[in-house]
Design a protein around this ligand. Structure first.
Ligand code: NAP
Length: 490
């Protein structure tokens, strides 16, 4: 599991300059710098710790303490005349933040996109505010300052609208399918190119030509929207972590604008962790960045789904329980459906029942199963399934032919064999868990409907697959009842 931490959001408005006129001020300055050093170290540890479920809680705590140190040091150094506006802003942030932090696990990607949107907006607004401030102070607007402001404004505002679009797609408020048109990429890059050229005019021609800042802002906002429109919903997590990287870079630029070292380091950490996460996700899907950003993944949905429905075999919980208890090795493949139905605790009971009978039970974890990186790890950890039973895709695949039963619980795209051979499939070459190679496959889902990529799954119509239709929590509950002899049928 790997999370990126939105460091730039809270540090966005923090700044400290090295000027110190009195001994007290000098002391406060050094205290602020010391708190920044502590905060930077803790941010680094936070990212390290958050990359593993065992240490993730410690990582979150380290991030919180780091943020308190950063805010505390800054407030102490600046000693603002009034805390009124800071208190109002903090109250709004807390009131909005608490409900946002309590969303269901399945809604975390869109929640993350929203917080990136706010981070981008903060960066963009700080850039415009600082530009306006220096505009009225003769001699303050030099090319370097305007240059970093332009960078901050472009990245901040495109992150704002891009992240809003990404959240809207994930919440299905706007169509999740790629919306494409002829010469789309050319048009988008021309738009960005115009924003960059106008920005360069500001930097090198007339730093005080404030009216040029307006097209830079408007074009950046428009580019954010147009960048996301052609990208399908299934690619949103990768795009969100890429937008996280942009927001981090905007924070770095803001650090230069505000002459704040903490913002520069925090933004760099944020930007690089976002980029690394995007690379990990691209590798998990065997896709390149350009394919994610410009590949319009999911456009063939309709044609792929239009094929005739093949026959499938359905089984009862009783049949399935028998197969499971006779197995030596059972591999459970959890997916998005397990998260939706919150079946993880029932799955734990099933694990206990089978382990009690001496069945070796392993969990196959696909890096993009569910709707966010680490989704399955978090759910299974919540149900206290031992970590050593959670096996990554590359490690479990060689074992699949040895598995007597593979139990697919609400997973679809991550077990679709079309990824291996169907060149026309939108998930072609995405690494999958080889569920089809097990001796028997039991698949729990509510219908024959496709998964996130919108394509049929030949695994469900394979000769060795039995479908268990129903809500994952209810079906796994039935299996547990069968195995524990409480079903009333025994
Ligand atoms: P999936 O392909 O979305 O399939 C999930 C399946 O769960 C569906 O076919 C659905 O079938 C079933 N389901 C839904 N609710 C259920 C319930 N209550 N009980 C039982 N079954 C239920 O999921 P996946 O195999 O985990 O693959 C993840 C997909 O999402 C990939 O395409 C990935 O690229 C994409 N994605 C990943 C992330 C990430 O970072 N992990 C984020 C966003 C998108 P029924 O409707 O028939 O029940």
């Amino acid at each position: 599991m790997m999370f990126t931490f939105p460091l730039h959001h809270m540090t966005a408005l923090l700044a400290a300059s090295p000027a110190a006129d009195s001994p007290q001020e000098s002391l406060r300055y050094h205290f602020a710098q010391a708190s920044y050093l502590v905060a930077t170290a803790l941010f680094i540890f936070a990212l390290k710790w958050m990359s593993h479920p065992r240490t993730a809680r410690r990582g979150v705590l380290a991030g919180v303490i780091a943020m308190l140190a950063a805010c505390g040091g800054t407030l102490l150094y600046y000693q603002p005349e009034t805390y009124k506006w800071i208190a109002i802003a903090a109250t709004i942030g807390i009131v909005a933040g608490i409900p946002l932090s309590m969303v269901a696990l399945t809604a975390v990607p869109q929640r993350t996109a929203l917080s990136h949107a706010f981070g981008g907006l903060a960066a963009g607004l700080v850039g415009v505010a600082k530009y306006t401030h220096w505009l009225h102070q003769p001699g303050e607007l030099n090319s370097f300052r305007v240059g970093v402001i332009v960078l901050e404004v472009i990245l901040g505002f495109l992150t704002f609208t891009g992240s809003l679009m990404a959240a809207g797609k994930l919440m299905e408020w706007i169509p999740t399918r790629p919306i494409t048109y002829k010469n789309q990429n050319l048009f988008n890059f021309l738009l960005l190119g115009v924003a960059v050229v106008v920005g360069l005019l500001l930097v090198f021609w007339r730093p005080d030509a404030w009216y040029l800042m307006i097209p830079v802002v408007v074009l950046s906002l428009a580019f954010g929207v147009l960048l996301i429109i052609p990208i399908g919903g299934a690619d949103m997590p990768t795009v969100i972590s890429l937008l996280n990287a942009y927001a981090g870079l905007a924070a770095v630029a803001m650090g230069f604008v505000l002459e704040n070292k903490l913002l520069i380091t925090a933004g760099a950490l944020d930007g690089s962790s976002g980029l690394i996460l995007s690379v990990i996700m691209c590798r998990a899907m065997n896709r390149s960045f350009s394919n994610v950003l410009f590949g319009a993944f999911g456009t063939v949905k309709a044609s792929a789904a239009a094929g005739e429905q093949k026959a499938y075999k359905a089984a009862t919980a009783q049949d399935a329980a028998q197969l499971l208890e006779q197995a030596q090795l059972v591999v459970i493949v959890p997916g998005y459906g397990m998260a939706v139905s919150q079946a993880q605790h029932r799955v734990r009971e099933l694990y206990d029942q089978l382990s009690k009978r001496g069945v070796d039970v392993k969990f196959a974890i696909h890096p993009v199963a569910g709707r966010m990186p680490g989704h399955m790890n978090v759910l299974l950890a919540e149900a206290e399934i031992p970590y050593d039973k959670l096996i990554e895709m590359d490690e479990i695949n060689p074992e699949m032919p040895r598995a007597d039963v593979v139990l697919v619980i609400g997973a679809n795209d991550v077990v679709n064999p079309a990824a291996r051979h169907d060149k026309s499939s939108p998930i072609f070459l995405m690494p999958i868990i080889d569920a089809d190679k097990a001796k028997t496959c039991l698949a729990i889902k509510r219908s024959m409907n496709p998964g996130f990529a919108g394509i049929d799954n030949e695994l469900y119509t394979a000769d060795n697959t039995l479908m268990l239709f129903g809500d994952a929590k209810a079906v796994v509950g039935d299996l547990v009842k069968e195995l524990s002899g409480q079903s009333g049928i025994h």
